[in-house]
Design a protein around this ligand. Sequence first.
Ligand SMILES: [Zn+2]
Length: 233
Amino acid sequence: MEFNSNTRLLVVAAHPDDEVLGCGGTLAKAVHHGATVAVIFLGEGISARFPHGQYDSEEFRTQSAIRMEGAKMALNYLKIQDVSFNTERKSCQFDTLPIIGITKEIEYHLERFKPTILLTHNPSEVSVDHRITYQAVEAACRPTRDFVPKEIYTFEIVCSGGWTFDSTFKPNTYVDITPFWENKLHAWHLYKGEDRPFPFPRSDTGLETLSQYRGMASGLQKAEAFRLVRKVV
Ligand SMILES: [Zn+2]
């Protein structure tokens, strides 16, 4: 995964915070090397914490606003301006919607942004939204279509990928994020109220442990791990 001023990097994420958890260090690195970066969020991220269907409360609106504010602050901090939100899709409910609608939305952004590299979820995740996002990207990136990126990678979300019964995520690409670790951690901290004490995976220690674990596999101090799922040369 190489970054320069010709790189157009698109992140297709299910929820605000997935971009920082999955590839925040990589995004900081890409921007540092002159890449143009866009992030699309296919759904919102907090409704699963409320009773199903009960989203008309002050508490819901407050938490939604906090999450949205966190995403804007984190991406602004990472110097990423091209951000698309879709708060209509409720989290952990992508399986109740026709996948064609999600695929079409991704296709729209492929044509609009014309990415050279795409990063998205891997299919071995507890989150049904992450799994469906992967499927929709796979459909949107049919190789006969225009504007399909030449390089497509999947990333992992700690506490979704880490909690599967039988993970099949096998990374084969490691990005050295050692110089950008503090950027990732700072961006994460801008998502208020999302961390909990270790051993919860989205704690500071949990995130650092994963980066070091992936670093051990790649001879790096800290790494983000990806699986290259297609590259056309
Ligand atoms: Zn997510």
